[in-house]
Design a binder for this molecule. Structure first.
Ligand SMILES: C[S@@+](CC[C@H](N)C(=O)[O-])C[C@H]1O[C@@H](n2cnc3c(N)ncnc32)[C@H](O)[C@@H]1O
Length: 266
């Protein structure tokens, strides 16, 4: 579904797919799957826009390297307005990067693009890959979009420590869900996702603060729901919910909440 959405969305702030020029009407379909898919698309649009904005901020602040972990079919180096001198490294498993290279044959990235094939679950291999990728960089931003939710808290903590150990990695842009949202997602489509072998796992009750003891300080947190409202993508019932004041996620972990955030090394 991520690939479907990724191909369809192509970033609401840039090249909007005609299908998404109007808000998705979730009332059009009474079927739970289609309604959930429509909401998933809305949320993915907001997530894409926020990652674009956060990456853009880091690039404008002068990072010379963006490392996109579990990059999948993301095409930001082709569609974002990036400096030609910026180094961008996509990291993913060999199969997905081979496929991506095949379908992007003939397309020109706007910056210096490299692809690194590594199994991120292999800690020794990923540490070696991080060191190689960071070599020559003074200031880098790491991106993990749509990845952490599939890891458990110990795996996220281990990844956080490995990233923290690489001096040029100064910012890390991630998406995060609350336990309440995880429960809702699991009830609505979780079985399908679990059957596909990738159950949702990571939703720390302490919210963004989860990362602080690991040496990563949340410096900017933007809610997906509020962003979808800003982008005028929400149906009425969600628009009303988006108007409610937001409580810090750690004080209301049972509420459905998700955000994109930038962590800086503390
Ligand atoms: C849900 S997708 C997210 C892709 C992309 N970041 C996006 O937002 O569209 C998860 C990605 O993680 C990659 N992935 C899963 N396990 C991995 C591993 N052990 N090592 C490297 N990449 C992995 C998959 O190949 C897939 O591209």
């Amino acid at each position: 579904m991520t690939a479907f959405t990724r191909l369809s969305v192509a970033a609401a702030s840039h090249a909007v797919h005609p299908r998404f020029e109007a808000p998705v009407n979730v009332n059009e379909s009474s079927d739970t799957f289609h309604r959930s898919r429509a909401i998933f698309c809305i949320v993915s649009i907001a997530r894409t826009v926020l990652f674009d904005e956060f990456i853009d901020d880091c690039v404008r602040s002068g990072v010379d390297l963006v490392v996109n972990l579990a990059a999948g079919l993301d095409t930001r180096p082709y569609r974002m307005d990036l400096p030609r001198t910026l180094r961008w490294v996509d990291v993913d498993l060999p199969g997905i990067l081979d496929y991506k290279e095949e379908i992007l044959q003939g397309a020109e990235p706007v910056c210096r693009l490299e692809r690194v094939r590594v199994d991120l679950a292999d800690e020794a291999a990923r540490r070696a890959a991080f060191a190689r990728v960071a070599d020559g960089s003074k200031r880098a931003a790491v991106v993990t979009e749509g990845l952490l939710i599939y890891l458990d808290a110990a795996q996220v903590a281990s990844l956080a420590q490995d990233l923290r150990a690489v001096a040029p990695f100064e910012s890390w842009i991630v998406d995060i869900a609350s336990p309440g949202l995880l429960k809702m997602l699991s009830e609505r489509g979780g079985q399908m996702i679990a059957d596909a072998g990738a159950p949702f796992k990571f939703a720390p009750p302490e919210g963004p603060r989860f990362f602080e003891p690991l040496g990563w300080k949340p410096v900017r947190v933007a809610s997906l729901l509020k962003t979808a409202a800003r982008l005028k993508r929400l149906p009425l019932f969600l628009r009303l919910i988006a108007m409610l004041p937001e409580r810090p996620p750690e004080t209301a972990p049972d509420r459905p909440w998700s955000a994109v955030m930038r962590l800086d090394r503390a």
